[in-house]
Write a protein that binds this ligand. Sequence first.
Ligand code: PGA
Length: 253
Amino acid sequence: MRKPIIAGNWKMYKTMDEAISFMDALTGKLKESDQADTVICPPAPYLATLVEKAKGSTVRIGAQTMHEEVEGAFTGEISPTMLKSIGVEFVVLGHSERRQYYNETDESVNLKVKSAFEHKLTPIVCVGETLEQREGNETSAVVSDQVKKAFAGVNETDASSSIVAYEPVWAIGTGRTATAEDANEVCAQIRTVLTDLYSETVAQAIRIQYGGSVKPGNIEELLSMSDIDGALVGGASLDPESFAALVEAGSNV
Ligand code: PGA
């Protein structure tokens, strides 16, 4: 069985003081026996502090994006080696907000995915269709294409350790969740694409999260599905109580 992974994507929320209070509250609520992997992805200015705060707890820290190059004249960007040097372990790549507002493409996501592996960061690779694409019955084609392009040139060993997040764009921050069955169907399709790209063994090892308005009230049903191995959570990850409840749900699968 794949170990569930619950990741919180804070997006552009919280002050430093709020980030620190959150971590104190969360680590106080998590239990030693929690079985789910727990990741918090705060805004970049808090990464180093939260890596330190998370020491001795089960929480691990991820970045929300990164540049693919190690260094260079790229004003405002953050490199994989910078993340690695402060103890960050995960990086969210290709989030739909990055694709929508910052011109990230399947090609640039692929460069970042390969760079993350090269620098021993675990990518959380986001894919998902828009409402228009879903209504046009294009979900399967769009998501398959995003997965194939994101993993182009990635070897089996690296692929096995990756995380994929299926996030239908229309369900992000809208309160509209895909039904557990619909979400599972797409996650199963993603696994089939990964089987074709690699092998059954590799595809079975990769953890596929669902993301899009996940909250304590709907996570259990989502995680009870065969191909959903965790959640990437925005809004409901901002409150320690609700995030701890999500981790607990992930631990009771
Ligand atoms: P949401 O965001 O949980 O607020 O819908 C999910 C995400 O963007 O990763």
